[in-house]
Design a protein around this ligand. Structure first.
Ligand code: AMP
Ligand code: ZN
Length: 113
């Protein structure tokens, strides 16, 4: 997608603090972190949001979660972590490329799961 900031990060066209990448997944530190560890995990393929995952593309979400488990170990989040994905306007999604927020490094409260 020509105007998608996360597609551009995946392609290396704009800089990001990448912590992991493989053939299908890229992960980088959020530019505006909301926890001591705040990493964005994306499939390289452009999917708008979790609302657009199909049977054909579900494996990309699974690959993201495999990466999340690896990153949680490399970031030493042994105490636990939270994964969030915002889908659509009501959830406050601001970047229209499926992504998962990996949040950790702090004891999180019970609000919003
Ligand atoms: P969401 O509100 O779920 O769509 O989250 C989008 C996230 O992407 C926000 O937490 C932003 O801080 C983050 N973000 C936007 N642009 C960049 C960027 N160029 N590099 C890293 N993180 C970004
Ligand atoms: Zn994209």
């Amino acid at each position: 997608m020509a105007d998608c900031v996360f597609c551009k990060i995946a392609a290396g066209e704009i800089p990001a603090d990448k912590v992991y990448e493989d053939g299908g997944v890229v992960a980088f530190r959020d530019i505006s972190p909301q926890a001591p560890t705040h990493i964005i995990i994306i499939p390289r393929a452009h999917i708008e949001s979790a609302a657009d995952i199909s049977e054909d593309s579900a494996h990309l979400a699974a690959e993201c979660f495999a990466a999340i488990a690896r990153i949680a170990k490399s970031e030493r989040l042994e105490g636990g972590f939270r994964v969030i994905t915002n889908a659509g306007a009501d959830a406050g999604q601001t970047v229209g490329h499926l992504h998962f927020h990996l949040l950790g490094g702090v004891k999180m409260g019970e609000g919003l799961i």
